[in-house]
Design a protein around this ligand. Structure first.
Ligand code: NAG
Ligand code: NAG
Ligand code: NAG
Length: 329
C-alpha cells in the first residue's frame, strides 16, 4: 500500500482531530481526466477541491497507477516537483499548477489519482481517481470487401467490413440506406491482434437477403461505420445496383424459402467457437425448418421451367405446322 507511507506521520494527529474536523476541512475532491484521448495529444488533468477558510493546502499529489509523478506543495521552494520515473508521463511544467497538470503527449492508458492534503493541524487527506484511455486510431477508413456490383431481389448480400490496426479495436456497424442492419444479420468476428504493435483489426460480416424495396431508384446504399469512443468516426459507402429480374427467373425465386439461404450460410460457420452468432435463437429456428421445404421450392422451380420450355416448343411447332399447311394448300 502507498497511502500509509504518505500518512504515517500524520495518522495519529488525524485520529485525534478527525471527530472535530471530519465535517469541516477538506471536501468534494473531484478529478477530471479525458476518458479517451488520441495518442500524442496534450492531456489536461484537473483536480478540484473545497476547503474551509481556516484550512490551508499542504500538498497536491498526482499518481499514475501507484506511482507519484507530480507534487505541488505551495509552502515549499520550489513548490512544483516532477518525478520523471513514470513511463508514459511527461509533465509540461509551464502549464501546470495546483489545479491542473498538463501532460505533453498522452502515451499510455491508466488510472490517474489526485491526492489532496490539508495542512496542519488536520492533515486531512482525500484521494480521487479517473481513468484515461489512450487511443490509436486506424490509419485508413474501414473497407468493404466481398460485394458484387449487382444484386437481384432474393440474392444474399454477403460482405465483410474491416478496420485495420487500432487500439482499442474499432466498433463497426452496417447500415443499408442509412438504417442500421439487425444484429442477427451481422457477424462479429473476434478482433485480430498484431502482437508486435498491440494494434487490433475488427471485422464485421453482413448477411442480408436483398429485396426489391432495398433499391431506391435502382440503387442500394451500403455503408460501414467504424468508431472508437468519441475520438474516431469514419465510414465507407458502396452503391449496389439492382439487376433487372429475368422473366424465367421470377418463377424460381418466388419458390425460394428465405430460411434456405440462412441455413446454408450459417452451416459453414458453425465450426467457429465462442461465437455470438451461434447463441442466436434465429439460428436454431432456421436449423429446425426442414430442408425438404427448400428443396421442394427448387423442384417447383424446375417444374415451372420445364412447363415454360414445353409451352414454347408446342407454340413453335403449332406455328410451323400451320404455316406448312398454308404453304401446301
Ligand atoms: C492553473 O493554470 C490554469 C491554466 O493553465 C489557469 O486557468 C488556472 O487559473 C491556474 N490555477 C491556479 C490555481 O493557479
Ligand atoms: C469475412 O471474413 C472472415 C474472417 O476473416 C472470412 O472467414 C470470410 O470468408 C469473409 N467473408 C467474405 C464474404 O469475405
Ligand atoms: C463499442 O460500443 C460499446 C457499446 O456501445 C461501447 O460500450 C464501447 O465502449 C465501444 N468501444 C469503442 C472502442 O468505441
Amino acid at each position: 500500500m502507498w497511502l500509509p507511507a504518505v500518512m504515517d506521520l500524520r495518522l495519529p494527529i488525524l485520529c485525534l482531530l478527525i471527530v472535530a474536523e471530519s465535517s469541516l476541512g477538506l471536501r468534494n475532491v473531484r478529478v477530471t481526466v479525458p476518458t479517451a484521448i488520441r495518442k500524442g495529444e496534450q492531456a489536461n488533468l484537473y483536480c478540484n477541491y473545497e476547503m474551509e477558510d481556516k484550512e490551508r493546502l499542504y500538498s497536491i499529489k498526482w499518481y499514475k497507477g501507484k506511482r507519484e509523478f507530480y507534487r505541488y506543495t505551495p509552502q515549499e521552494q520550489p513548490s512544483m516537483k516532477v518525478f520523471n520515473t513514470v513511463s508514459g508521463v511527461e509533465v509540461e511544467r509551464s502549464l501546470s499548477n495546483e489545479s491542473v497538470v498538463v501532460l505533453k503527449s498522452a502515451k499510455a492508458s491508466g488510472r490517474f489519482s489526485c491526492e489532496v492534503s490539508a495542512d496542519a493541524p488536520s492533515f486531512h487527506t482525500l484521494i480521487v481517481s479517473g481513468d484515461m484511455e489512450v487511443i490509436e486510431p486506424p490509419v485508413d477508413k474501414p473497407s468493404i470487401i466481398g460485394t458484387q456490383t449487382r444484386y437481384r431481389p432474393g440474392d444474399i448480400l454477403r460482405a465483410n467490413c474491416s478496420s485495420l490496426n487500432s487500439k482499442p479495436a474499432a466498433n463497426l456497424t452496417w447500415t443499408i440506406n442509412d438504417m442500421q442492419v439487425l444484429l442477427q444479420q451481422t457477424r462479429q468476428y473476434r478482433p485480430i491482434k498484431d502482437e508486435s504493435t498491440g494494434l487490433e483489426t475488427s471485422i464485421l460480416g453482413i448477411n442480408v437477403m436483398v429485396s426489391h424495396s432495398h433499391f431506391i431508384k435502382g440503387k442500394l446504399k451500403l455503408k460501414c461505420e467504424a468508431s472508437i469512443h468519441q475520438i474516431y468516426h469514419e465510414s465507407t459507402e458502396r452503391f449496389l445496383e439492382e439487376d433487372r429480374p429475368r422473366i424465367l427467373a421470377t418463377g424460381s425465386s418466388s419458390g425460394h424459402n428465405p430460411n434456405m439461404f440462412q441455413s446454408s450460410v450459417y452451416d459453414g460457420e458453425l465450426t467457429d467457437q465462442g461465437d455470438r452468432y451461434l447463441t442466436m435463437n434465429g439460428y436454431k429456428a432456421d436449423k429446425a425448418s426442414p430442408p425438404s421445404s427448400s428443396s421442394a421450392g427448387m423442384v417447383v422451380g424446375s417444374y415451372v421451367k420445364v412447363c415454360w420450355i414445353t409451352f414454347y416448343i408446342c407454340t413453335i411447332c403449332t406455328v410451323l405446322l400451320y404455316s406448312l399447311r398454308v404453304g401446301i394448300s
